[in-house]
Design a protein around this ligand. Structure first.
Ligand SMILES: [Zn+2]
Length: 148
């Protein structure tokens, strides 16, 4: 699943509106972007070709609806993002996200419950899965040293 930033802007409108025409998408996005209707149509066609949007002819125009859920797409984007970083750095990123995320007391209690349950699957050490030379984890430094 690869969704460009421009395509993501369109998907957000479709997820929020559920069923929407290209002209309605243009009206909504022109509050922050200066896109032409042909830009929108190109992006919509790409999203239909990728299987993320369904299109249906209604009167003279087309109505678009999402074929993937917003939550599924968000989780996929986050997984893809985290795959770019060494697993040993993930917790630092999560700490960063927690620090800058607004949370209610209820949210915090739910996170505490999640962490409590997470203890059941705790590992002794987080394993680096990077290829040698792409990160500075201990085992890679040792490997380098053994190769002289
Ligand atoms: Zn690594």
């Amino acid at each position: 699943m690869t969704i460009s930033n421009a395509e993501w802007d369109i998907m957000r409108v479709v997820w929020a509106q559920e069923r929407v025409t290209s002209s309605a998408i243009l009206t909504i996005l022109n509050q922050k972007l200066q896109w032409t209707s042909s830009t929108i149509k190109t992006l919509l066609k790409r999203l239909v070709d990728k299987g993320y949007l369904a299109t249906e002819k209604v009167g003279k125009g087309f109505v678009y609806s999402a074929l993937i859920s917003e939550q599924e797409a968000i989780y996929h984007q986050v997984d893809e993002l985290f795959d770019k970083f060494c697993p040993t750095k993930h917790l630092d990123i999560i700490r960063h996200v927690i620090t800058r995320t607004d949370m209610t007391l209820d949210d915090i209690e739910q996170l505490q419950e999640l962490l409590e349950a997470k203890k059941a699957t705790a590992v002794d050490e987080v394993t680096c899965t990077c290829i040698p030379g792409q990160c500075t984890c201990k085992e890679h430094l040792e490997l380098e040293a053994s190769h002289g």
